[in-house]
Write a protein that binds this ligand. Structure first.
Ligand SMILES: NC(=O)C1=CN([C@@H]2O[C@H](COP(=O)(O)OP(=O)(O)OC[C@H]3O[C@@H](n4cnc5c(N)ncnc54)[C@H](OP(=O)(O)O)[C@@H]3O)[C@@H](O)[C@H]2O)C=CC1
Ligand SMILES: O=C(O)CCC(=O)C(=O)O
Ligand SMILES: [Mg+2]
Length: 741
């Protein structure tokens, strides 16, 4: 490899973006002495909007399509990308970001919620590129290896976080459909030969309409099709709403409307309509006229009644109140502000929300601001059952004790838009009763699904090479750790049955002698993994893309208190490395707190760990000894950081994100000063360490003094660079030391 060693550090959104204003200058200052180039690429939500709508922008407003550039980079062996979590925008978030850009003088068109004309359809198509989970699928050109670093796991055992107690009489449970869902209807095949397919809808009269012109499929690719029957879905919601009322527990809905950006908002919308049925029926004509989109939540109704005459608005608000009096209480997202689980589709995201329910004794917040048992609606059976298994385990054995738990790392099939998370361009709402077919070039129907008007149809792909790579990664991890590896696959699910066949073909190609490798259904795999972690034993979960996402929040939240502390490595199939920071998101609640009181509780541990493995990867790829030294000393610094408990606190006027960066920097400088492999670095950083030690009290004082007041960073989605940097670097003493390196 001849090019200059380079690490690309992504610029993103919300809390981790704020943290970067403080952390990046430190990383750049430290590594610049080594000839490693740290380049930033802006792939934040506003940057992606700007890149996709340059038409009316001034030259100095334009931002190149960094995401496409990074996507191309993943195909090069020298790729070394540190990817921080970004916003996966729901429509309300997208609209808010557009509004902010427009207010700042960016001539960006509005998002057309309803596309009737060709222009509107074209606009919607262009916006689809920035909607939902639009970054990760482009960069994830490899499978995922998520686990906790040994030092982080040990820290969690020594300092167990609080886990809410569980009792056997908890009324909390997961409710899922018994039929008519994706799980029940799924059909799947593996292709003998490459082909191009068309997805077509045929109505009952035999009239056909092309839904998707062309999808290229490779030899050995698994393709499946399934349907969510909306009649069955709405019946399920109605029954469960009644049942929650009868059991006197909260009602909550857990979906992934961000990542599953086409199917899940529709499932969310049906829940809103069924729950607030009396309002939607009584005011049907007006609601239609106002253009309320239920898929955006009750928040959209509230937004659109704002300009109605006062009495009409009051009437609708009163009718909403009557619904609350009559129905089961909804789980709240913000009980102070009266924001419920059904307000917007992006505030209850299943991978993060269900583990928190489990951490909090099976409870969620009720309208009175108290924790209460909940019914968790997860309509589709494909993955709902694993959460019920955890709940049953907790009811039987009580809360998990992080001091003694083993771990459940994950090897996830993710590359090349595998499975449901790559299905958006093949997801359709059935226009009428009929059949949706996948037809090959020769006109053969490969898969057909009967649909009724409004049903959600979904086709998914999983390519052969990534599947084989995933099996290999699982065997490698089992070999490296000695832990059993369990493939979570359900032979009663059509798609999984195909994957099981492939796993059985590929496993013998790798040396699995002496390894314990099993295939169990997700429920059995959960049972075994939970029994083992309670015994302090480790078990590798080897899963598809959705369970990868779900389990890498669930187990870290149980084991470590948060998924932010995970190592999240993506060995790219072309030889490069993508290093994601943590497994969690962009923590909007943290930004709210920062803006209100100047305290940022975001923990950048995930970033430190990602930087460590990124430097290690670079050291190996370029035989770069300085990079190896930086990686090694950073590792020491992280251990000391944990030992000395320098993570940010949650409370204002205590150490926050910025102070935690100072300590990381000081420990890193000390470790570089203590080594004797590179005399030049030793000398440089001995001085840095000495200065930091001498000025520790002043620096911490300056950082704490900056807290306690509201902060203005000149925007939410597109903050003002200077204001944000100033807010995140308030210690002149620390800045002087860093800038002088
Ligand atoms: N890889 C990616 O790009 C990902 C992006 N997302 C996006 O992030 C947004 C928010 O998603 P959400 O599901 O609420 O998940 P988050 O992970 O942002 O938030 C869940 C909670 O986890 C805790 N948390 C997460 N990261 C940290 C950290 N570094 N330090 C301390 N605590 C942390 C916080 O708990 P507390 O409030 O108790 O402090 C936070 O409120 C969405 O837009 C989503 O699409 C989500 C997942 C991954
Ligand atoms: O891309 C996203 O929206 C979320 C990704 C995520 O949750 C994960 O990979 O764990
Ligand atoms: Mg996740």
């Amino acid at each position: 490899m001849t090019k200059t060693p380079k690490i690309v550090y992504t610029k993103i959104d919300e809390a981790p973006a704020l943290a970067s204003y403080s952390l990046l200058p430190i990383i750049k200052a430290f590594t610049k002495t080594s000839g490693i180039n740290i380049e930033t690429k802006d792939i934040s939500l506003p940057a992606r909007i700007i890149a996709n709508f340059p038409d009316n922008l001034k030259a100095d407003q334009k931002i190149p399509d960094n995401l496409a550039e990074l996507g191309a980079l993943t195909q090069q062996p020298e790729a070394n990308i540190i990817k921080l979590p970004n916003i996966s925008a729901s429509i309300p978030q997208l609209e808010a970001a557009i509004k902010e850009l427009q207010e700042k003088g960016y001539d960006i068109p509005n998002y057309p919620e309803e596309a009737n004309t060709d222009t509107e359809k074209e606009l919607q198509k262009r916006f689809a590129k920035v909607l939902g989970s639009a970054v990760n699928p482009v960069l994830r050109e490899g499978n995922s290896d998520r686990r906790s670093a040994a030092s982080v796991k040990q820290y969690a055992k020594n300092n167990p976080h609080r886990m809410g107690a569980w009792t056997s009489d908890s009324k909390s449970h997961v409710a899922y459909m018994q039929g008519g869902d994706f799980y029940g209807s799924e059909k799947s095949i593996c292709l003998d030969n490459a082909t191009n397919v068309t997805i077509e809808f045929a109505d009952e009269a035999g009239q056909t309409k092309v839904l998707k012109e062309k999808t290229a499929l490779l030899k050995g690719e698994v393709i499946d099709a399934s349907v969510m029957n909306v009649k069955a879905l709405r019946k399920f919601y109605a029954e469960q709403i009644e049942d929650a009322k009868a059991k006197d527990i909260l009602l909550s809905l857990h979906l992934k409307a961000t990542m599953m950006k086409v199917s899940d908002p529709v499932m969310f919308g049906h829940a809103v309509e069924v729950f607030y049925r009396d309002v939607f029926e009584k005011h049907a004509a007006l609601i239609k006229e106002l253009g309320v989109n239920v898929n955006n939540g009750l928040g959209d109704l509230y937004a659109k009644i704002q300009n109605l005459p006062a009495d009409k608005k009051a009437e609708i608000e009163a009718d909403i109140k009557v619904v609350y009096e009559k129905q089961a209480d909804l789980a709240m997202v913000d009980s102070d502000k009266g924001i419920t689980n059904l307000h917007v589709p992006n505030s209850v995201i299943i991978d993060a929300s269900m583990p928190v329910v489990i951490r909090d004794s099976g409870k969620m917040w009720n309208p009175a601001g108290k924790l209460q048992d909940t019914k968790a609606l997860i309509p589709d059976r494909a993955y709902a059952t694993i959460y019920q298994e955890v709940i049953e385990d907790c009811k039987k054995h009580g809360a998990f004790n992080p001091a003694t738990l083993g771990c459940v790392p994950n090897v996830g099939l993710m590359a090349q838009k595998a499975e449901e998370y790559g299905s958006h361009d093949k997801t359709f709402i059935a226009p009428a009763n009929g059949t949706i077919k996948i037809v090959d070039e020769a006109g053969n129907c490969l898969l057909d699904q009967k649909v009724e008007t409004g049903d959600i149809y979904r086709a998914c792909q999983a390519k052969d090479a990534p599947i084989k790579d995933w099996v290999k990664l699982a065997v490698n991890r089992a070999r490296a750790t000695g832990a059993p590896a369990i493939f979570w696959l359900d032979e009663n699910r059509a798609h999984d049955a195909q994957i099981i066949k492939k796993v059985k073909v590929y496993l013998p190609e790798f040396n699995k002698e002496g390894l314990d490798i099993r295939i169990l259904t997700p429920v059995e795999a959960m049972r075994v993994s939970l029994e083992r972690i309670r015994n302090g034993e480790d078990t590798i979960s080897v899963t598809g893309n959705v369970l990868r996402d779900f389990l890498t929040d669930l187990f870290p939240i149980i084991e470590l208190g948060t998924s932010a502390k995970m190592l999240s490595i993506v060995p790219l199939m072309c030889g490069g490395g993508l290093f994601e920071t943590g497994a969690g998101g962009s923590a909007p609640k943290h930004v709210q707190q920062f803006l209100a009181e100047g305290h940022l509780r975001w923990d950048s541990l995930g970033e430190y760990l990602a930087l460590g493995v990124s430097l290690e990867h670079l050291a190996n790829a370029y035989k770069n000894e300085k990079a190896a030294l930086f990686a090694n000393t950073l590792d020491h610094a992280v251990s000391k950081f944990l030992e000395n408990k320098k993570s940010p606190s949650r409370k204002v006027k205590e150490l926050d994100n910025r102070g935690s960066h100072f300590y990381l920097a000081m420990y890193w400088a000390q470790a570089l000063a203590a080594q004797n492999i590179d005399a030049e670095l030793q000398a440089t950083f001995a001085n840095v360490a000495k200065e930091m030690e001498a000025k520790e009290t002043t620096i911490i004082q300056e950082l704490n003094d900056a807290q306690g007041e509201p902060v203005n960073i000149g925007g939410y989605y597109l903050p003002n660079e200077e204001l944000a940097a100033k807010a995140m670097r308030p210690s002149a003493t620390l800045n002087a030391i860093i800038d002088a390196i």
